[in-house]
Structures are given as structure tokens and as C-alpha cells.
Design a protein around this ligand. Structure first.
Ligand SMILES: CC(=O)N[C@H]1[C@@H](OP(=O)(O)OP(=O)(O)OC[C@H]2O[C@@H](n3ccc(=O)[nH]c3=O)[C@H](O)[C@@H]2O)O[C@H](CO)[C@@H](O)[C@@H]1O[C@H](C)C(=O)N[C@@H](C)C(=O)N[C@H](CCC(=O)O)C(=O)O
Ligand SMILES: Nc1ncnc2c1ncn2[C@@H]1O[C@H](COP(=O)(O)OP(=O)(O)OP(=O)(O)O)[C@@H](O)[C@H]1O
Length: 506
């Protein structure tokens, strides 16, 4: 991979990003790209970016062989430089060029939404992988799949990677023979210009509720909505939940760059959509729903019929409907869609574990008010005779409003709860639990606090039986507890639960 610096400058000019340049060798071309001084920089282009950037990092990069740096201001140095208006945008554009624009060789399906991005992406991946075996990449919060070999699958650190990693992994996918990419686009990805310059073949908008507002994320809900809707502005074909909050703003965004013929609306029992879904029946292990087309555009998809989903939750039927539309538009046939949905599994999302005599256990990633309300509301409606018993905690140093949200939803919908640790960061988990506990109405729900998460899970399972439903919430499949800046290994909720069951049930 390489980049001619004269071409890089032309590209930056085209996007009105160039402020100035000092080029010591007019034929300079780089064979390395980095924004982290701790990496190899030999004949490389180094980007000075980030809130915590220090000039020593540039010095370190130069010592390690950087030939040129890109920054928003000039530093005292004797190498070439390019000064830009926005270094994140420059990083995205030049990373795409450095990796030979792999995005042009992929059909890209991207989903955003406060909730359901990972689930919908897994559904689509599972379907399309049947249609195009080994040719569908997946960039999700949980896993990134960049090729057909086992070593091409690894855990993600972010929902949407930094642009440089994004284009690097796309290049790997293309070079591994992949032709389709399913990815999640977070609001932060737009806030931080990680996907600047990218156009998506299909962009999906699942829903929006207040979340990710606070220090280091979005200053306001308006900013959160603004960032989320950018996905539709940058997508050719749009799939939109007609029942989302702020629907008018969302559809206006889609219409900025797409004709109505390229905008597909879906909804539950909806007359104002192209495609409507309705629930038929649910058990603890799967749900069955119907899809019917309302408009001519919907009919042209030819997806009417009954579908079975191996991941329960009425909200997952919404995710599945979005996945059906996207998969059909990407060339999937009905048989693959039916099969792909019935066999799809999403790590840590509505994973159910059957027990002999300790009720049914669900592990679910619900980690804010809206998702916990959707989850417990669904369980309450479907299993009115069961006791709903929840093990949950809330993270430190972010999403502080989730604590009050959990207190409200536990009060409204749970029978009992054990409050425990979940990524405490630099806070004391006991304080976080106390803050959740203070908002709970104890006359409605039985609550105790056990800080040690495996001990909390053990106590809940040991004291449950019959029709009880035990919900291990908010941590999903996470294999760590973020504590004092360190990812402390944690076996994950499903592993802990299965081990406890083995101890007590054999
Ligand atoms: C707020 C935010 O978006 N931060 C992201 C951002 O950090 P940054 O650019 O500010 O960089 P920084 O951490 O201040 O470090 C400064 C720079 O110095 C460099 N450095 C540092 C040390 C050194 O020795 N040498 C060196 O060169 C670093 O490589 C970096 O480029 O760029 C980094 C990668 O380039 C990201 O890892 C980091 O994400 C942080 C860790 C994060 O947690 N972000 C969350 C909020 C996020 O983006 N979440 C969304 C999901 C949210 C949702 O569900 O909607 C996501 O897409 O994952
Ligand atoms: N469409 C939906 N509406 C409401 N809640 C949902 C929906 N889909 C999933 N959930 C709930 O949200 C949790 C997270 O789902 P998922 O990981 O698919 O969402 P996400 O958008 O990727 O979330 P995050 O941005 O937090 O990673 C699930 O475990 C489930 O409880």
C-alpha cells in the first residue's frame, strides 16, 4: 500500500481541507500510515489527532521514521507537513486512498440506531453468508470478520472503527475475496468523522432514544440525532423504521439524497409503511411473525410470508424485518432469508439458557432505559405468570442517566433485582449500585446488592425455580470488566451462568 503525497494534497484540496503544506521532496510517496507513535513509522505519514495528543508523540514518530505529518497546526520539526482544517476528515480520506479505495469494491450495508445495530447486522450477515458463502464481511461491536479464515475473525474495540482501521480491514476483506460488507455505524463515527467520504449502498435507521449524551460523547440530544441521520444522507437506498422517534427529521434526511423509490419504510402492524410485521407467537426459544407488503414498492420486494426467529424479543422482530429488506435488496432469496433468520444467533443478545430446576436464564446486552424497558416489557407480556428477576449494574464514568433509568424500569417491570458491578471505570461500584437503589420503589421490587458479579449471578440462579425468568442484563458477552482504566478479564455472563448451573445441577 502506498500514497503519493502530491495526490494526497490534490484530494485534500478537492474537499477544501487543505490549509498549507511544506513538502521537502516533491516526489514523496509514503508506504506506511499511522496515528499512533508507538507503531512502526518507516517512510510513513503520521496523523497528529485526538484530545490527548502531545507534541512528544510526533517527535517519537519522527524518530521511528515518519516522513511527513498531517495536523491541524504546525509543530516544530524538520520533516514535511500538511496542515488541514480537520485532521479526522483528512485521516479518513487519505486512509481510503492509501488502501486503494477498497470501499469501491464492496457492496456496503450499514445500520444505525440507538438499539439493534449489532443484532440486525448479525441477522443480515447470517442470511447473506448463505447467499454468498465466505464473501460477506462483518464489522460489528462484537466481532469483525474480514475474511473467510479463522484468523480473519477478531473482537472489535469500537462499534465503528477509526477510519484508518476501517479502510485497512476493508482492504483485507477485498483481498480475501469478499464482496459485501455489513457494518454498524455509531453516532460517534459521524461525530469523529470515522466514515467521512464514505457512501453506503444501503443505510438503515432502526430507532433513536436519548443515549450517549454526556462528556466525550454528544453534548445534546439534537447533536446525537444530527450525527445519526448523517448515515441516511450518505446512503443510496434507505431502510427506515416508520415508528421511530423523530421520524419526520429522519425521513427528511433520507430525502436529501434519495428519491422516495429508494426509501423503504417498515413498522409493526403499520399502514404507513411499505412493509408491515405482526407477531404470531413466541416461546422462550423462538418467535414467529408475519411480513406483509402494503405498498407497490413493498410488494416488489416479494418478501410476504411467515418467518421464525431463533432470538426472542418483539424488538428483534423489528430488527429482523429491517434485515429481511436489506438482504432482499442485496440479492438474497426468500429461502436463504427464512433459513438465515431461524438459525441466527447474536453473542450476548437474548441468549437463553435452559435449566433443570432454576427457571429460564436470559443473557442480554440491554444496558439503558429504552432497551431494558423493551426487554422486560416483552418478558412481562409474554410470560405473565413468571417472576422476572434481574441481575444488573451500570458503568462508571459514562451514561450516568442509565442509573435512574434502571431504577424506574426495575420498579415498573421486575419482581426482584440484584444490583452488581458492570464496568465501574474509576468509580466505586458500590456507589453506582447505591444510586440505582435510591431510585427504586422498594415496595414494588425486592432489591439487594452483591458487588461481586459471579456471586450475584449465583445467588439469583440458586434462589430461582419453576417458571422464573432470570435476566443477566447489560453485559452481554463482554469478556472483561473495565476497571480503573484496565480491561480486567471476566469469563462473561453466559460462561459464569453455565458454570454455576454445572455446579448446582451437574
Ligand atoms: C471520544 C472518542 O471518540 N475517542 C476516540 C478517539 O480518540 P482520540 O482521537 O481523542 O484519541 P486520544 O485517545 O485522545 O489519543 C490522542 C492520540 O494520541 C496518539 N498517541 C497516544 C499515545 C502515544 O504514546 N502515542 C500516540 O501517538 C493516539 O493514537 C491518538 O491518536 O479515537 C480513538 C481511535 O483513534 C478511539 O479509540 C477513541 O475512542 C474511545 C476509546 C471511545 O471509547 N469511544 C467511544 C465513545 C465510541 O466511539 N463509541 C462508539 C459507540 C457508541 C454507540 O454505541 O453509539 C463506537 O463507535 O464504538
Ligand atoms: N430494536 C430494538 N429496540 C429496542 N431494544 C432493542 C432493539 N434491538 C435490541 N434491543 C435491546 O438492546 C440490546 C442491545 O442490542 P444490540 O447490541 O443489537 O444494539 P446496538 O445498537 O448494537 O447497541 P450498542 O450501541 O449499545 O452496542 C439488546 O440486548 C436488546 O436488549
Amino acid at each position: 500500500m502506498s500514497l503519493e503525497i502530491s495526490k494526497a494534497i490534490d484530494l485534500l484540496k478537492e474537499h477544501d481541507l487543505l490549509v498549507s503544506s511544506k513538502i521537502l521532496d516533491k516526489d514523496l510517496f509514503v508506504t506506511n500510515i499511522s496515528y499512533n507513535s508507538r507503531e512502526d513509522q518507516n517512510n510513513g505519514i503520521f496523523f497528529c489527532k485526538g484530545n490527548n495528543f502531545k507534541s512528544e508523540y510526533l517527535e517519537q514518530a519522527i524518530d521511528a521514521g515518519a516522513a511527513i505529518y498531517v495536523a491541524e497546526k504546525e509543530f516544530d520539526s524538520n520533516i514535511s507537513n500538511i496542515i488541514v482544517r480537520d485532521v479526522q476528515k483528512a485521516l479518513s480520506l487519505l486512509s481510503a486512498a492509501f488502501y486503494g479505495n477498497p470501499e469501491r469494491e464492496l457492496f456496503i450495508i450499514a445500520f444505525t440506531g440507538t438499539k439493534g445495530k449489532t443484532t440486525t447486522s448479525y441477522f443480515i450477515h447470517n442470511i447473506l453468508d448463505k447467499v454468498y458463502p465466505g464473501k460477506v464481511a462483518l464489522f460489528s461491536t462484537v466481532d469483525r470478520i474480514t475474511g473467510p479464515k479463522p484468523e480473519d475473525k477478531f473482537k472489535s474495540d469500537l462499534t465503528t472503527p477509526e477510519s484508518m482501521e476501517l479502510f485497512r480491514d476493508m482492504r483485507h476483506a477485498v483481498d480475501s475475496g469478499m464482496t459485501k460488507l455489513v457494518m454498524e455505524v455509531s453516532s460517534q463515527a459521524y461525530k469523529k468523522n470515522r466514515v467521512y467520504g464514505l457512501k453506503f449502498d444501503i443505510g438503515g435507521f432502526l430507532n433513536i432514544t436519548p443515549d450517549h449524551i454526556g462528556e466525550n460523547e454528544h453534548p445534546t440530544y439534537a447533536d446525537y440525532l444530527y450525527c445519526k441521520k448523517q448515515l441516511l444522507i450518505n446512503s443510496k437506498v434507505n431502510i427506515i423504521n416508520a415508528q421511530t422517534n423523530d421520524f419526520d427529521t429522519v425521513i427528511d434526511a433520507a430525502r436529501q439524497t434519495s428519491d422516495d423509490k429508494d426509501i423503504y419504510l417498515f413498522g409493526r402492524d403499520s399502514k404507513d409503511s411499505d412493509i408491515s410485521l405482526s407477531s404470531k407467537e413466541a416461546t422462550l426459544s423462538d418467535s414467529v411473525f408475519d411480513i406483509s407488503s402494503i405498498t407497490q414498492k413493498g410488494k416488489s420486494l416479494d418478501v410476504d410470508g411467515e418467518y421464525k426467529l431463533g432470538v426472542v424479543g418483539d424488538f428483534n422482530e423489528m430488527n429482523a424485518t429491517a434485515a429481511i429488506i436489506a438482504s432482499k435488496l442485496a440479492g438474497g432469496d426468500n429461502k436463504d432469508i427464512v433459513e438465515g433468520l431461524s438459525t441466527a444467533r447474536v453473542p450476548g443478545r437474548m441468549e437463553h439458557i435452559n435449566t433443570v430446576s432454576h427457571g429460564t436464564i436470559f443473557v442480554d446486552y440491554a444496558h439503558n432505559y429504552a432497551s431494558m424497558k423493551a426487554l422486560l416489557g416483552f418478558l412481562r407480556t409474554e410470560y405473565p405468570k413468571s417472576k422476572i428477576k434481574v441481575v444488573v449494574g451500570s458503568p462508571g464514568n459514562k451514561g450516568v442517566s442509565r442509573r435512574a433509568g434502571f431504577a424506574k424500569v426495575l420498579t415498573d417491570l421486575a419482581d426482584s433485582a440484584i444490583l452488581t458491578t458492570d464496568d465501574p471505570g474509576f468509580e466505586d461500584p458500590a456507589d453506582i449500585c447505591k444510586q440505582i437503589d435510591e431510585g427504586i420503589d422498594h415496595s414494588k421490587v425486592e432489591v439487594e446488592t452483591i458487588i461481586d458479579r459471579p456471586a450475584a449471578i449465583r445467588k439469583m440462579i440458586e434462589t430461582s425455580g419453576g417458571d422464573d425468568i432470570v435476566v443477566l442484563a447489560a453485559k452481554g458477552d463482554d469478556p472483561y470488566q473495565k476497571t480503573n482504566g484496565v480491561d480486567v478479564p471476566y469469563p462473561s455472563d453466559p460462561v459464569v451462568a453455565r458454570k454455576i448451573l454445572k455446579d448446582i445441577e451437574g
